[in-house]
Design a protein around this ligand. Sequence first.
Ligand code: SF4
Length: 103
Amino acid sequence: MRRKPPAGAVTKAPEGLPSPLLENWEWQDDAACRDVNPELFFSAESERGMRKHAREVLAKSLCGTCPVRRQCREHAVVVGEMYGVWGGTTEEEREPALHGRRR
Ligand code: SF4
């Protein structure tokens, strides 16, 4: 018999996200970007052209050293991450996978 969760416990993930079970998220403990400013992975609204490209190259180089790159990319596709560098891929590079997912 299942016990009632404690008051305030998160029992249901927001739509599209994996449930808040440790095994769904623990890969992030090994992320190479764990202590890195998230701005490296997400473009400012005004960022374009070479500046954006240079930031993405830097982010992707860190992803290239990351032991959880595959899990990160899969997560981005599964939840439909539309922004940022995840698993060494930009939003443009994930677009075909995201498009296929929406069908
Ligand atoms: S693959 Fe890149 S974005 Fe994903 S956890 Fe690793 S360093 Fe962070």
